[in-house]
Ligand binder design. Structure first.
Ligand code: NAD
Length: 548
């Protein structure tokens, strides 16, 4: 069989078996084996998809660590992409912590050591002026989603340089596994401007540029070239900025959000998931949003991002925007964020109110009487017994969200929040906590995982080819997530839908976000009669395709 005579230009023999998108391993049919020159290159037995999945599960069971499972699964993705997704989608609760946090964090810390083969595109700042040319080296020509990082603030782990590539890869795995975004249309990108991590610079197995980080105009120009090159090479692509340090994350988003299709999940996705948690919590308290008052511990990208979206939702609920903002207070390392402070960044200013710069968080609670406290400071144990008891004294059902990651940085544990509030706290954390028994009740702590928001927004943006990604879309997503929480979930204290049903939950959220995209006039496809049917028709599913 010559290549020219093969149907559909599909490669033959070993080339086909080494193509992760088309490879079916021992599940190639007899006719495909004949047509594509595969006879003799594998045993005679013909597998079902289910058998191949069973074999993967058996092999995974023999691995004794999550890192071993991570390496195994990433190799599977290099070898047979369909089977990789079939595996992780078969049990998201089990596999999400392996392909993403917390395992991906440990993987990034040793990425240069565990790497089998490169994935995605690496843009070294030494290649300035050549970004469009490099993007054209990628074999797929219709890229719709890029997740890009410069590796400077990987999760809570700091500067990991190009080892941070594990994050865009993992995040894009979730776009597909949790919302069906077609994997061949996604591309992880690493902007390599050097690293200030001395240990990596000394490590002979570190594969990034061995220089300290480039900053200032050269950095900005390189990012500008990148954004322009994406518009030129992949004109229908949305860019998701990921794990940039605060000094770059906020300015990058401000620079590009009104120019191209882009968003920052650390800022907007986090805000979406927090707003969803608040809206679901209010279904428990039965109190209106317009009467809430929030105090944030931490005034960085997560804190200001949440305060910004929350005040917009309060505004939609009827409060003038200024009044809504006045109900969101920030407290950072220097104390309460107040008008008289002269050390504030422009994105913190809208939440700098009149008053004294109180230095103690407990004092600020007594003064402001918040209905909810949200921890985004990465300061472990900052929600002390005094803090939780004060919240429980001031509120029948206090909202307590210690969102800082990883678990060791959480402002309090679920058990502490429940114990010190006599089981009355409505709790959600960034990292998962096990259920807690208080008296005769088992309380299930919610996890404010961004995965409820970004894959669904991604699916809607991809399906509608949205030209911009707006706050309105994240607010819509937050409302849709909160609506999915059932009364039974709320009774158990759960304010997010169960992760086990994430794919279907994402579809429901994506349908609402897509409707918002059409309403805002940002879609670049005609509005279909039935948006849900349309969204479902655009989703990718992990099953082997007939090649003949
Ligand atoms: P950041 O560096 O931008 O902000 C940190 C803020 O905490 C700063 O305002 C700083 O002044 C403040 N802070 C530090 N020490 C303090 C102290 N002792 N007392 C009071 N304030 C103090 O970081 P970020 O990107 O906003 O992230 C903050 C945390 O939120 C991280 O732990 C991150 O993992 C977590 N986070 C969670 C989610 C999620 O669960 N969905 C999403 C995003 C971020």
């Amino acid at each position: 069989m010559t290549k020219a005579s093969v149907p559909g230009g599909i490669p033959t023999g070993m080339d086909l078996m080494q193509n992760p998108r088309l490879n079916k391993g021992t599940a190639f049919t007899e006719a495909e084996r004949e047509a594509f020159g595969l006879i003799g290159l594998m045993p005679e037995g013909i597998d079902t998809e289910e058998n191949r999945l069973k074999r993967i599960m058996l092999q995974l069971a023999k691995k004794s660590t999550d890192m071993g499972r991570y390496i195994f699964l990433q190799s599977l993705a290099d070898n047979d992409r369909t089977l990789f997704y079939k595996t992780i989608m078969s049990d998201p609760v089990r596999f999400m912590p392996i392909v993403y946090t917390p395992t991906v964090g440990a993987a990034c810390q040793t990425y240069g050591h565990i790497m089998r083969r490169p994935k995605g595109i690496y843009l070294g700042i030494n290649r300035k002026g050549r970004i469009a040319e490099i993007l054209r080296h990628w074999p797929e020509k219709d890229i719709r989603f890029i997740v890009v990082t410069d590796g400077e603030r990987i999760l809570g782990l700091g500067d990991l340089g190009t080892n941070g590539m594990g994050i865009p890869i993992g995040k894009l795995n979730l776009y597909t596994a949790c919302a069906g975004v077609p994997p061949r249309m996604t591309l992880p990108v690493m902007i390599d401007v050097g690293t200030n991590n001395e240990a990596l610079l000394r490590d002979p197995l570190y594969m990034g540029l061995k220089q300290s980080r480039v900053r200032g105009k050269d950095y900005d120009d390189f990012l500008e070239e990148f954004v322009q090159a994406v518009q030129e090479v992949f004109p229908r692509c949305c860019i998701q900025f990921e794990d940039f340090a605060n000094v770059n994350a906020v300015p990058l988003l401000e620079r590009y959000r009104n120019r191209v299709s882009c968003f920052n999940d650390d800022i907007q996705g986090t805000a979406g998931v927090a707003v969803a948690g608040v809206l679901a919590a209010l279904r428990i308290t039965g109190k209106p949003l317009t009467e809430q008052r929030f105090l944030f511990l931490g005034a960085g990208s997560a804190g200001t991002g949440i305060a910004n979206l929350l005040s917009q939702v309060m505004h939609q609920a009827g409060l003038p925007l200024e009044e809504a903002r006045a109900r969101c207070h920030l407290f950072d390392i220097e104390g309460l964020v107040v008008e008289s402070r002269n050390d504030l960044a422009s994105f913190q200013r809208p939440f700098a109110h009149k008053g004294e710069q109180l230095r103690s968080f407990a004092e600020a609670i007594e003064a402001l009487k918040p209905t909810g406290i949200i921890g985004v400071s990465a300061v472990a144990k900052a929600f002390t017994q005094e803090v939780i008891e004060a919240m429980a004294r001031l509120n029948e059902r206090p909202i307590v969200f210690p969102y800082s990651n990883p678990t060791s940085h959480a402002e309090c544990t679920a058990e502490e929040a429940y114990k010190w509030s006599e089981g009355r706290a409505i709790f959600a954390s960034g990292s998962p906590f096990p259920p807690v028994r208080i008296g005769d009740k088992t309380l299930v702590p919610g996890q404010g995982n961004n995965v409820y928001i970004f894959p669904a927004v991604g699916l809607a943006v991809y399906a509608t080819e949205a030209s911009r990604v707006t706050d309105g879309m994240f607010i819509t997503a937050a409302r849709a997530v909160a609506e999915q929480v059932t009364q039974a979930d709320l009774d158990a204290g759960l304010i997010y839908p169960p992760l086990s049903g994430i794919l279907e939950a994402s579809v429901q959220v994506a349908v609402k976000v897509a409707a918002e995209i059409f309403k805002e006039g940002q879609a670049r496809v005609p509005e279909p009669e039935d948006i849900e049917l349309y969204i479902r028709s655009r989703m990718w599913r992990p099953s082997y395709k007939q090649l003949l």
